[in-house]
Design a protein around this ligand. Structure first.
Ligand code: TA6
Length: 296
């Protein structure tokens, strides 16, 4: 659909706008009476910005991010599906580089602004992953940001998949930031041949490249960013696992769409089905939800 057609079908006065974003890519802007604001591209159904009432940006977006149809946007909240990390499919799957469709836009009965985007199987996806599916992404903006993924298995057989919200949080100083709520959780260190051990730390801090999968993590986590006097709270359901990732200096230098010094201003805390794929029976639907709050 053209931007004019998207605007005619989905814009809502004062809450949902449709505009040409970077490189003319269609972008939705959601706003809420509290003053909060979200920007999301149809490309990858990619949330790139979440601002609080004071206009403070809460998501990291690389200054070198490429807004190209064949590339994932670096930062914001990439949708990982149907594969996490490397494997037979493109890294982190094809959802984040696919053109999604707008499905619905409304203000909910409790006053939140809601946008629903969808991705279903097509020739391009069936070549990579021979399974009919419908993936629905629901964005709800109030004083919090609530994101839901629903996967409907439209095929006649069982399907194994992984799915995650690969959230890049804006952090004032990674060296002071911490993640709490992971103590005693099984931790898989992807930088040490996937060594599995129990997390012993009450709070996880950062002094180097970190790439940890937490299998079966609690549904509530806290990220503290003392340099910005800010706290993020994550509440999840249907998303058993968490990844905590910072590339640090050397890996940052190897990433072409990531500034050499940007590692110090971001932290990924990801939620989803990551440690092991989930099996979904024909005509069944999986739902995973993550609710983000931030102060300020
Ligand atoms: O979620 C952590 C991770 O899997 C890291 O290993 C790193 O590769 C990161 O994702 C970014 O992956 P991307 O494909 O977006 O460059």
């Amino acid at each position: 659909m053209t931007i004019d057609a998207l605007r005619a079908a989905f814009s809502r006065p004062g809450t949902v706008a449709v505009e040409a974003g970077r490189n003319g890519m269609p972008r939705f802007v959601l706003t809420h009476s509290s003053g909060s604001r979200v920007e999301v591209y149809l490309h990858g159904a990619h949330v790139v910005s979440w601002r609080g009432a004071a206009g403070n940006e809460r998501l990291f977006l690389s200054e070198r991010s490429q807004f190209q149809a064949t590339r994932p946007i670096r930062g914001g909240i990439p949708i990982v599906f149907p594969q996490f990390g490397g494997g037979p499919l493109p890294p982190h799957g094809f959802a984040r580089t696919s053109p999604w469709q707008a499905h619905a836009a409304r203000v909910t009965p409790d006053g939140e602004t809601e946008l629903v985007l969808q991705l279903r199987d097509a020739g391009t996806t069936l070549e990579l992953w021979p399974h009919p599916f419908l993936l629905t992404f629901t964005i709800r903006l109030g004083t919090a940001l609530t994101l839901a993924l629903d996967l409907h298995n439209r095929g006649s057989g069982h399907v194994r998949f992984q799915a995650a919200l690969h959230t890049y949080f804006a952090i004032a100083d990674i060296r002071q930031a911490t993640v709490s709520g992971l103590k005693a959780v099984t931790r898989v260190d992807t930088l040490r041949e996937n060594a599995r051990e129990k997390e012993e730390r009450e709070t996880v801090g950062f002094a180097g490249e970190t790439d940890l999968i937490y299998a079966g993590a609690p549904d509530r986590l806290t990220i503290r960013d003392p340099a910005a006097a800010r706290t993020f709270t994550i509440a999840k359901s249907g998303m058993p696992d968490v990844v905590v990732w910072n590339p640090w200096i050397e890996k940052a230098r190897r990433m072409p769409d990531f500034g050499d010094d940007e590692y110090a201003r971001m932290l990924c805390v990801e939620t989803g089905i990551i440690d092991a794929p989930m099996l979904l029976a024909p005509d069944q639907t999986w739902r995973g939800i993550t609710r983000f709050e931030a102060e300020p």
